[in-house]
Design a protein around this ligand. Structure first.
Ligand SMILES: Nc1ncnc2c1ncn2[C@@H]1O[C@H](COP(=O)(O)OP(=O)(O)OP(=O)(O)O)[C@@H](O)[C@H]1O
Ligand SMILES: [Mg+2]
Length: 592
């Protein structure tokens, strides 16, 4: 029943999501009707017992008790079976399905979308939304439906024995329902705002937690606590205003029910005085009316919970319905991946959402089996080129071909499967996973010997050997128990290990920026056999990183190709490049 993971972004459909639950739900509803009938019959059995014992005083009441207990047992058995059916076939699978769908959605949404949302807010939307959808399903199925059935069944004897009370009850119900609807419509905007605040709260909270060390070091805890306090005050003010509406309508609804109940009681006494009701029936009717009127309160409380649950559920569904801007092309067929893959950018232009153009008319060819280095000032658009080739963002203008096929014609999963990259933000470090499995993240089936071999190439093997459990040492969240340089070397090892099969193009974005020059030199030496005959894009600030291998070096300036050539050619003719080369020759500090 759980959703399988595939890169083809599925359109989220509530209809499909609930389809597997239809049959068990119908079974549950049928069982619920039976359960409520047993309940009403059980209530009426007191009247029946009383009448029977009054009529036949010679029969001891104790003979009837076992039959009544057996009847109660039947009810309890059915109730337990229905609850088990609901949990096994509806609530748990619904919870799991929704969360898996949400995670799948996260994987498919483009980078731009993720950058707009904070991770804390996303987690809150999913956590609250999924929890509340399940709660709503439970409230409707396990409380509202049975309560409605019971009310309907209770009304039958009530109207049968005392039809005269019908207009009173009906009037009370209508006024009560009308007040409930008005109350909730008045509270809706408060509720909506409150839930938006909750999402913001989670986003802010998790951002602060992620940056806790820096916040404390800058001594900014009081300022952030103040602004967090303001958010809490907004939540409280809105909540109190909403409660005020609830109180006002609560009093009105109470008075309506009280007037209804007292009028009914007066009517029964009047009926009894005329000999139309006996004491047993009056007691029974009183019990039914008490139950009926108090069930209105239950309805109101239930409706309030459902309204309250619907808001986070709406936020979740809105998120699940978001369409990824970057998707598989309709009817995309797999591309025949050649032995070596070339990349061509022709007059490519690109800007991030509503921003200025960060790639301006870039034309660049990375021929099969060649290595191109990209250098340029910080912010000149180097990493953006990396994002574009694997279609993390779509270009605005021009053409981008991978192995001669437009990236928009490639099935997304296949296109991304052509690249093995070290991103500037480093590798993947999932908490609790051993170093060995962290290295094998991109190719879990690789052997330990293969993992060790890439670790040696990335000059991280000795560091790992010195760790408490060697390759079996677990990683902490985000690689917190590793130095930045170690993280970077493990990221390189992850990438090298993944470089098999169709993953033919290597992209290295600032992959040595955290390393000392000596370690960098050793890694560059080790990389030589890996790079022989391979298509690669190497992005770096340090010229030493690219001049080692690059067949051609491209200088990016403000999103445009300012120059390209071999290292020495650029030193001779490009003033910026020559300046950087001179500076770096005299210093080991990376130039920004
Ligand atoms: N997600 C984004 N949304 C909006 N603008 C962005 C985004 N990512 C980068 N930019 C902007 O695009 C420009 C190019 O950024 P890019 O990361 O490609 O630079 P870079 O050359 O890799 O820089 P660095 O050497 O510092 O890594 C910068 O001006 C940056 O502010
Ligand atoms: Mg960059």
């Amino acid at each position: 029943m759980f959703v399988s993971s595939s890169i083809a972004a599925p359109a989220f459909s509530i209809r499909e999501l609930i389809a597997p639950f239809r049959k068990p739900y119908l079974r549950y509803l049928a069982g619920s009707v039976l359960r409520q009938i047993l309940l009403v019959v059980g209530g009426y059995s007191v009247v029946w017992t009383l009448r029977f014992c009054l009529r036949r005083p010679e029969i001891s009441v104790w003979w009837v008790v076992p039959a009544l207990i057996a009847f109660d047992g039947l009810y309890v058995g059915l109730d337990t079976a229905l609850n088990a059916l609901f949990a096994r076939h509806i609530s748990f699978p619904l919870f799991g399905n929704l969360r898996a769908t949400a995670l799948e959605k996260m994987f498919h949404m483009p980078l731009e979308w993720h950058q707009r949302e904070t991770s804390g807010a996303l987690v809150a939307k999913v956590n609250n939304g999924v929890g509340r959808v399940v709660q709503t399903a439970e409230a409707v199925s396990r409380e509202l439906c049975p309560a409605l059935i019971r009310t309907g069944l209770n009304l039958v004897p009530l109207l049968y024995f005392s039809l005269v009370t019908a207009p009173v009850l009906l009037g009370s119900v209508l006024i009560f329902g009308w007040l409930t609807v008005i109350e909730n419509s008045k509270r809706r905007s408060f509720r909506r705002e409150r839930h938006q605040h909750y999402v913001r709260d989670s986003g802010v909270f998790s951002e602060y937690v992620q940056s806790v060390q820096t916040i404390v070091q800058f001594g900014q805890t009081h300022r952030l606590l103040d602004s967090y306090g303001q958010l809490q005050r907004q939540i409280m003010d809105g909540g109190l205003a909403e409660m005020q509406i609830a109180y006002t309508y609560g009093v009105r609804k109470n008075m309506v029910l009280s007037a209804g109940k007292r009028t009914c009681q007066a009517l029964w006494i009047w009926q009894m005085q005329r000999g139309h009701l006996d004491v047993a029936t009056l007691m029974y009717l009183n019990m039914l009316t008490e139950e009926l009127l108090s069930s209105f309160w239950n309805y109101a409380g239930l409706l309030e919970r459902i309204y309250e649950d619907l808001e986070p559920a709406r936020i979740l569904i809105e998120m699940l319905e978001a369409h990824p801007a970057i998707n598989d092309p309709a009817g995309a067929l797999p591309v025949e991946v050649p032995g070596a893959v070339g990349i061509d950018l022709i007059n490519v232009r690109f800007s991030y959402a509503r921003g200025r153009q960060v790639v301006r008319n870039v034309s660049l060819s990375i021929e099969q089996g060649t290595i191109v280095g990209v250098v340029g000032r910080s912010g000149s658009g180097k990493s953006t080129l990396h994002h574009l080739v694997s279609r993390l963002f779509d270009i605005e203008h021009g053409e981008l071909l991978v192995a001669g096929t437009d990236v928009r014609q490639w099935p997304l999963e296949q296109l991304r499967g052509v690249f093995a990259s070290v991103t500037q933000s480093g590798g993947v470090f999932l908490s609790g996973v051993t170093i060995l499995d962290t290295i094998r993240f991109g190719r879990p089936q690789a052997s330990a010997a293969e993992a060790e071999s890439v670790a040696r190439c990335a000059c991280i093997h000795d560091d790992i050997e010195r760790m408490s459990d060697g390759y079996l040492t677990p990683v902490l969240q985000g690689g917190a128990n590793l130095s930045k340089g170690q993280q970077q070397r493990i990221a390189l090892a992850q990438t090298l290990l993944a470089l098999t099969g169709d993953r033919k193009v290597l992209v290295l974005d600032e992959f040595t920026s955290q390393l000392d020059s000596e370690t960098e030199a050793r890694i560059l030496r080790n990389l030589r056999p890996w790079l022989a005959g391979r298509t690669a894009l190497i992005i770096a600030h340090r010229l030493s990183t690219v001049r080692e291998f690059a067949d051609r070096i491209v200088v990016l300036q403000d999103g445009a190709v300012a120059d390209e050539g071999k290292h020495q050619e650029l030193v001779d003719r490009n003033p910026w490049y020559a300046e950087v080369a001179r500076f770096q020759a005299n210093s080991t500090t990376p130039v920004a």
